[in-house]
Write a protein that binds this ligand. Sequence first.
Ligand code: GCB
Length: 591
Amino acid sequence: MTFDDPYYHLHDEDYAAPFAKVRAVHADMIAMGGRKRIPLSGTWRFTTDLFDEGLRQKWYRDPPDTPADWRIPRDYEDAAADLVPVPSCWTVQKPEWRYFEGSGWYVRHFSFPPAHHGERVFLRVGAANYQAIVFLNGIFLASHRGGSTPFFIDVTAHLQPGDNRLMIAVDNRRRPERVPMHHCDWFNHGGLYREVDLVVVPAVFIKDIVVTLVPDGSFGTIAAHVEISEALDSAVDLAIPELGIAARIPVTAGRGTLRLAARPELWSPATPRLYEVEARLGGDVVRERIGFREIKVRGHEILLNGQPLYLRGICVHEDDAELGKATTEADLRRRFTHVRELGANFVRLAHYPHHERAAELADELGILLWEEIPVYWAIDFANPGTYADAENQLLEMIRRDRNRASVIIWGVGNENADTDARYAFMSRLAHAARGADPTRLISAACLINRQTFCIEDRLAADLDVIGLNEYFGWYEPDMTGLERLIENSRPGKPVVISECGADAEAGHIGAPGALFSEEHQVDVFRRQLQILARADYVQGFCPWIMYDFQTERRHTRHQRGWNRKGLIAGDKATKKRAFHFLAEHYRSLNR
Ligand code: GCB
């Protein structure tokens, strides 16, 4: 049977192999600060494809004509597809797509004059959950793994005059080898749920620019690292007018670093000062707003700009009853307003990289962030392909957000049992994070040792801050376990309670001890805080979670498809008693 045989695809189980050979990865990313985007957001065509027929039958090779023009029958037609908005999750577009897990084909036609004067045109996809395979004008360009980070594909050579047909097959299937794997506690929304843009740059352009305060305790040196698109010797002009900086970064074989004496006003939650930073290479300009601050640990302390910092935190998912995982400016602003009302200074963006606008806003508002990748629960730690995927997601997240002063912690995982394979995998990730960004703290949300009731995780040696998820008062009703844990542990570094909490259905009033009641939720927090106050190494409290969120796992009468540990209900408006309790507690802290 040959490739052109009409029945070939029925027996071709290697149909997906070619698409794994060309992947868009972190090294393909382009600095986006201030760049002009040509949006491809708007209305797209969309078809669900449960059996991967599109890849098997090569739908992308067929021209978008109508059945009247076909010589042989087909199983797919652009014009027969549904119309959907991009960005969006298909899971919220139609009731019958709610639980659809498979490939969804997105098609968008656009006209774009072929690039001239050596310009290059890139496609930027803000996020596609989980895998995306991109075709332009019938040709496969690249695929991408990872549901929450952006990717870039050079489309310059494939643009044609007049109409261009962009097809993206997005696959949200859960699989054991993915990151996250098939089992997790949030809803598996599928789709092109962040913005899709074209970006036009000159032939040689600034690929990456990172400007930071050197964390040497002097608060007097700024470092700039630049990467340009070609391995050339050149120079990039750097300007920070408000600091009187106009300097030239020498570039050798595509990369350059410069250190400069400077005394910026330091960024902090109280003074979220941002500076306009401009990098210029010929006609190419990248503009960022950057805050300068130092984050460090010393013994049990976390120091921000040399001052002890206690993290008054709250976790949050990217989840919305109407939008699914898609994010709007209004949703983000409401979230940060609630963070302020709670008196929090810190947000854990769980359990995957959130929309990049979250960190931009946090920079402006003075809110500290923990960002993480979805190395969640039982990852296939022994699988090298899984590691490559996780590390790429980590480096994409870091590359996207490392000019954001608000981000103080990179999280490399959540609640992974302490096995040898997991230790090898995650210590390697911690090392990769540190290598990519030595100016932030590395953490992971760890588990406690239930035999010894102790904070004891081999990974702790590779972390700056130990995140600790514990659910005493809820999954483990006996709070004396927490007391024992605190007595037994000598972690030798700061610990942040990265999760704790209890489900409460808004309006379900009971008494302490009555599961799913608002009183019980408050009681869990009250008792938690009393015990944790005894541990000088606990330098932050970041309970689970700001809002109730959707998840396929939870089906009791009080849950009905929602995790109800929110301080605020899923309407993002109804505050539970625990919100007010925690707000009062945070206000009472003199730190
Ligand atoms: C956890 C997980 C989080 C869950 C939460 C819960 O430990 O990290 O993703 O949603 O517990 O509510 O059980």
